[in-house]
Design a protein around this ligand. Structure first.
Ligand code: MN
Length: 714
């Protein structure tokens, strides 16, 4: 078990000014709260946070990171709270420890390969400080090193998760030594036989190989020194898992692998690297297309190096990597290298510039001049445009930032989106406009027969949701236009004494379809509903020969005249449509001034109802159509009123007189005398509009013994 003093020594070695105090205090606290806890190995629990802290010190991280490593399990496994950590160790440590705790609590129900990438991104997105991930990786590494103490099925699960999630994460961050160790240990547990086989293959003839490595190293060294290039040369064996992976993915036999041993040349400057490359290529013939310049074009995780494969001194293929000391440091510790304490120099902007995802960070955080400050202040936001959420089944979905439950619903299935009526996030009901956050568990409430709303277009973020909602609205409009078009055609055809229904089945209708450039009869009729063409235009196409030309035009003119006149006579305008049959709902008897809606009836034109009419509320919304009062028209409209009064002689005469004086027509009157000597009178009257009605009602109210006057539904 590593001791706290070893950790402190490592830190001082990397940085004499390291913040040892916070580490010391974290150690004492961690030892106290973990006291009595034991690991599966039988060791005191404290050994785990100590080992994790040791790994972080090896990564040359700062005091806050190492302290957080010592405390990384206290919130989850002891009585400690994040408030307490905040109080004792400050906001930063508390933030990081909470971040690690949050990640530990994530339960990935599936580890299917296609989800692994999303899970990795989710982890990166959830950790708003890069140190959270570095601690998580160190934690996982130590857990893998002590995996033998777990039961078989648990071992397999952890090993698979490590291989799917954590090793690629380490790779993404460029921390190769962690990646390799995680892979090798996982491989050992997941495929013990393959692991042994590869291990034996690599270690076979080890003595010969070692001799070979020494010989090649000498050749290279000599050549470099002869050209005054100071360098270090290393020969390395390929890792077990990456060997196996290459064999499997490229269907190669072990004998076909030429990079089991790779050589690495480390120099001082970039130009020396290219010089060394030239020298190597004069010694040994390079294999075409095997040369890669990761110095000119670095890998996304900051890795830089020159790679070449040559035909070596014994006619064998040989891979050589050439890089500077600094590049080697980055290659070993990846993202951590740029934030380590030691040099205390500014983050290498030139290097950073070449990595797009780091570039963004740099641009936002240009003000930080030393790596420590940078490390401490950068909240990583590697995938700023995406959020990752869970489905009820524990699957992960990625959505653009700002996405809502409606976007989520459409991503699940178009029908789920269309019938979405509500959403629960982490078990609680949220508005449909709710902005989803990474880690949210989302559940959609659907109602059969429910339809999407136009308003959703104001807040959905995904292209899919947007296009599906539009599609639905369009289909709905088409249906509406189609029935409206039918109404209009039927009416116009009737005026011509033509049978529209019969016409639909005739050949002539197809002439009209093609001549107006439509594909189907429905398209043609719908275009009448849309107002693009008039029924008359269709009539001209389908029935021009039925009348003589003179007669035809005269009838036509008469009809047009009639239609126009009729239109003026209508008190209601259907938006975008001219000649349409209008009728008023008998139930609610709308008059100008009332808020109204139109409904396309089946075969009887558009029915006008008051917006609050009980019957209209029951009608299906797709048959609804926008209408408005024609303000140029002064017409009278019928409606019904009820008057309650104490019976007296001459009451009825007073009421009828008042109504007439108010210039309203009486169409019908009925009275009913009750036992308590009150009388209910029902009048059907005709008024111009709601203002007129109001005048009538006010006048009646003033009549002696009248105590209530009211407009009522028929
Ligand atoms: Mn742990």
């Amino acid at each position: 078990m590593i001791r706290i003093n070893d950790i402190l020594d490592k830190m001082v070695e990397h940085n004499p000014d390291a913040n040892l105090d916070v580490v010391d205090r974290a150690y004492i606290y961690s030892a106290r709260v973990h006291a009595g806890q034991v690991r599966l190995s039988g060791e005191p629990y404290l050994s785990h946070p100590l080992e994790v802290a040791g790994l972080l010190a090896d990564m040359k991280l700062d005091g806050v990171s190492v302290a957080s490593g010592l405390l990384h399990d206290v919130i989850e496994d002891t009585r400690a709270t994040s408030e307490e950590i905040d109080e004792i160790f400050g906001k930063e440590v508390a933030h990081i420890v909470s971040g690690v705790t949050k990640l530990s609590k994530l339960q990935f129900k599936s580890s299917r390969a296609r989800e692994a990438e999303s899970i990795r991104k989710m982890i990166l997105a959830m950790a708003d400080d890069i140190r959270v991930i570095l601690i998580k990786l160190a934690d996982r590494l130590h857990n893998m090193r002590t995996l033998q103490f777990h039961k078989e099925h648990k071992r397999m699960k952890i090993a698979q998760e490590t291989l799917d999630i954590y090793a690629p994460l380490a790779d993404r961050l460029g921390i190769y030594w962690i990646k390799q160790e995680l892979e090798n240990i996982s491989f050992k547990y997941l495929q013990p036989e393959e692991y042994e086989r590869i291990k034996n293959l690599i270690n076979k003839d080890k003595e010969d190989r070692d001799k070979y490595v020494e010989t090649v190293k000498e050749y290279i060294k000599e050549k470099m020194e002869a050209n005054s290039l100071k360098c270090e040369v290393m020969g390395r064996y390929k890792q077990y898992y990456s060997t196996y992976y290459k064999m499997v993915t490229q269907s190669l036999e072990f004998e076909d692998l030429y990079d089991i041993i790779a050589f690495r040349i480390i120099l001082d400057t970039k130009s020396q690297c290219y010089e060394a490359l030239g020298l190597l290529h004069t010694m040994w013939k390079p294999i075409p297309k095997k040369f890669k310049d990761y110095i000119g074009v670095p890998k996304p995780n900051m890795y830089q190096s020159l790679h070449t494969t040559v035909v070596g001194p014994f006619g064998e293929r040989m891979e050589i990597q050439i890089r500077t000391n600094e590049m080697d440091r980055v290659a070993k510790s990846g993202i951590a290298a740029h934030w380590s304490y030691k040099e205390g120099k500014m983050f290498d902007e030139k290097v950073g510039k070449t990595f797009s995802w780091l570039q963004d960070l740099l641009e936002t955080h240009r003000d930080y001049h030393d790596p420590v400050e940078f490390l401490e202040n950068v909240r990583i936001d590697l995938f700023p445009d995406e959020v990752y959420v869970f489905t009820p089944r524990g699957e992960i979905r990625s959505l653009p930032k700002g996405a809502t439950p409606v976007d989520f619903a459409y991503q699940i299935h178009t029908e789920v989106g269309n019938q979405c009526t509500g959403a629960k996030v982490n078990g609680r009901l949220v508005p449909l406009q709710y902005e989803l956050k990474t880690g949210d568990a989302v559940e959609i409430v659907t109602t059969k027969g429910h339809n999407p709303s136009k308003d959703w277009l104001n807040f959905v973020k995904t292209v899919k949701a947007r296009s599906r909602i539009r599609q639905w609205i369009k289909a709905q409009e088409k249906e509406r236009s189609l029935s409206l078009g039918k109404e209009m055609c039927e009416k116009a055809f009737r005026k011509y004494r033509l049978n529209f229904t019969a016409m639909l089945r005739s050949k002539e209708i197809n002439i009209a379809v093609t001549s107006f450039n439509y594909k189907t009869v429905d398209d043609l009729i719908a275009s009448v509903g849309y107002g693009k063409i008039t029924p008359l235009q269709i009539i001209k196409k389908v029935a021009p020969i039925r009348e003589t030309e003179d007669e035809d035009s005269s009838i036509l003119n008469r009809i047009i005249g009639k239609v126009r006149k009729k239109k003026v006579n209508e008190g209601v305008v259907v938006k975008g449509v001219d000649d349409i049959l209008i009728k008023f709902g008998k139930c609610c008897q709308p008059v100008p001034g009332d808020s109204i809606v139109g409904y396309i009836t089946r075969g009887h034109g558009v029915a006008i109802h008051r917006s609050n009419c009980v019957n209209s509320l029951k009608m299906s919304p797709e048959r609804q159509i926008e209408v408005e009062w024609n303000e140029d028209m002064k017409e009278r409209y019928p409606l019904k009123i009820r008057i309650r009064a104490y019976d007296r002689f001459g009451l009825l005469a007073d009421i009828t007189g008042t109504i007439s004086k108010s210039e309203a027509n009486i169409i019908n009157a009925k009275t009913h005398t009750n036992d308590d000597k009150t009388v209910d009178s029902y009048f059907s009257i005709e008024v111009e509009d709601t203002a007129h009605l109001k005048r009538v009602l006010t006048a009646i109210k003033k009549i002696k013994h009248v105590h209530e006057v009211k407009r009522i539904d028929n």
